[in-house]
Each structure stands twice: as structure tokens, then as C-alpha cells.
Write a protein that binds this ligand. Structure first.
Ligand code: HEM
Length: 222
């Protein structure tokens, strides 16, 4: 019997299976919703800056509110927004667990690490003329590794913030955790911009159909 040699990897790099697409769009939606909650919290509602408005409105009714009283009213608004941030946060935790599960137990075509290794292998084996193109693909995939690390930080720091007043240790580091959570948001925003520009650029130049493959999952013709 002729022995068969199993290929080193089965990971496709250009098509996206249904669980990957579900995860990608679900997670993008949740990250966008989280960013929107922050937009409302910090810019649109900005409860802290509404304190004088509350005082002025009540003064018209001959009610004199102290800053502390007005703050406790505006606090109700910001708490409502945080509640939604936490609901979406738990949904992000669930998506994160799903991603870890796919990575550990899923087939190679669903594993990010397998896809990354495959792209790295193609870069290594590419002839000199194709090296630059293969390098761009490898760079794009490597930015996703960065994104996953931001996601890990966001999910862990978010859960720590939910329980920050429930344990002495968490209470003692809560300001640092807030800083990390806040700072990582800017990294995620940066990724978001680079990712969208990169994908649109690829679609318009070399990789026509990339976006529709990520939506509809049509396999590329090889
Ligand atoms: C991309 C996703 C996310 C973004 C952009 C984001 C952004 C932020 C920002 C900017 C803050 C304010 C931090 C500060 O006080 O300086 C915050 C607070 C918080 N975040 Fe997130 N976050 C995200 C995901 C999560 C997740 C996954 C969780 C939970 C699992 C979470 C839970 C919290 C909690 C509990 C707070 C504190 C709310 C409060 O002050 O009552 N966040 N988030």
C-alpha cells in the first residue's frame, strides 16, 4: 500500500467558514456597541457636565439643588449607560469564550493560530518576486494577533471592574485597572481604523470579493 503524507496544515487563508463569520460579525457588533456606550457616556450625555443644567432647571421651580444633590441625579443617567456597557461586556465574555473554544477544540480551518502559521509558511516559501505580497498578508494577519491580545486585556479588565468593590485586592488596584481598560480602548480604536482601511484597500486593489466572502462565506476559486 502506498503511504499517504498528511499535509502540514489544512488551514485555508482566504475563505471564512460560518462559525468564523458569525464570531467576526458578532464580536464587531459588540465592540461597536461598547464604543457607542462610551460615546454616550463621555460625549453625548456627559452626566457630570449636566450638573449646572439640573440646578438651573430646578431653580426655575424655586428648588435650590446643591452640587452634590444634582450630581446624585445625573449619576442615575450615567449608571443606566454603565448597565448597558456591562450587559454588552458579558456578551463579549461569551464571545471570547467561544473564540477560545474554537481555537482549542475547533478544526484547523477555524483556528487563528493555524491560519497564521499557514500564512507565515507561505511567506517563508514564497519566491523572491512574491515575497513582498506574502509579507503584506503576513503583516495583516499579525495585526489580528495584536487585536486578540487587546481583547484579552479588555475582557479581563472589564470583569475585574465589575467586581472591583467586592474584594480587597480588586479594590486596591481598581484605578490601575481602569487606566488599562481605558487605554486599551484607544488601541482597539486604532486597530479598528487600520483594519477597515486595510480591508477596503485590499478589496479595491488585489483581493476583490474579500468583503463578500466575509459576509457570505463563498469559497474562492483556487
Ligand atoms: C471594546 C470593548 C470595550 C470598550 C471600548 C470599553 C471601554 C470602557 C471605558 C473607556 C471605560 C471607562 C474606564 C474609566 O473609568 O476610565 C469602561 C468602563 C467599564 N467597563 Fe468597559 N469597555 C469594553 C469592554 C468591556 C467588557 C468586555 C467589560 C466586562 C466584561 C467591561 C466592563 C466595564 C466596567 C464594569 C466598567 C466600569 C463602569 C463603571 O464605572 O461603573 N468593558 N469601559
Amino acid at each position: 500500500m502506498t503511504p499517504t503524507i498528511t499535509p502540514t496544515t489544512e488551514a485555508p487563508i482566504k475563505d471564512y467558514r460560518a462559525p468564523l463569520r458569525f464570531w467576526h460579525w458578532g464580536n464587531s457588533l459588540l465592540v461597536s456597541l461598547q464604543l457607542i456606550t462610551i460615546l454616550f457616556q463621555e460625549v453625548i450625555v456627559d452626566a457630570r457636565s449636566a450638573v449646572p443644567e439640573f440646578q438651573e432647571t430646578m431653580a426655575k421651580e424655586n428648588i435650590a439643588l446643591t452640587v452634590k444633590q444634582a450630581s446624585s441625579l445625573t449619576h442615575i443617567l450615567s449608571e443606566r449607560i454603565w448597565e448597558w456597557h456591562i450587559y454588552f461586556g458579558w456578551a463579549m465574555v461569551a464571545f471570547f469564550v467561544l473564540r477560545v473554544w474554537l481555537e482549542l477544540r475547533g478544526p484547523s480551518e477555524l483556528r487563528f493560530s493555524a491560519r497564521l502559521l499557514e500564512v507565515a509558511r507561505r511567506y517563508r516559501l514564497a519566491p523572491a518576486a512574491d515575497k513582498s505580497e506574502a509579507g503584506k498578508v503576513l503583516f495583516a494577519k499579525s495585526t489580528y494577533a495584536l487585536f486578540y491580545s487587546f481583547l484579552i486585556v479588555m475582557v479581563i479588565s472589564g470583569v475585574m471592574l465589575i467586581y472591583r468593590n467586592d474584594a480587597d485586592f480588586l479594590r486596591s488596584i481598581k484605578h490601575e485597572v481602569e487606566e488599562v481598560h481605558n487605554f486599551t480602548m484607544y488601541l482597539i480604536l486604532g486597530f479598528f481604523v487600520v483594519h477597515v482601511v486595510g480591508v477596503v484597500w485590499a478589496e479595491l486593489t488585489k483581493d476583490h470579493g474579500l468583503i463578500s466572502r466575509m459576509v457570505g462565506g463563498e469559497a474562492p476559486k483556487r
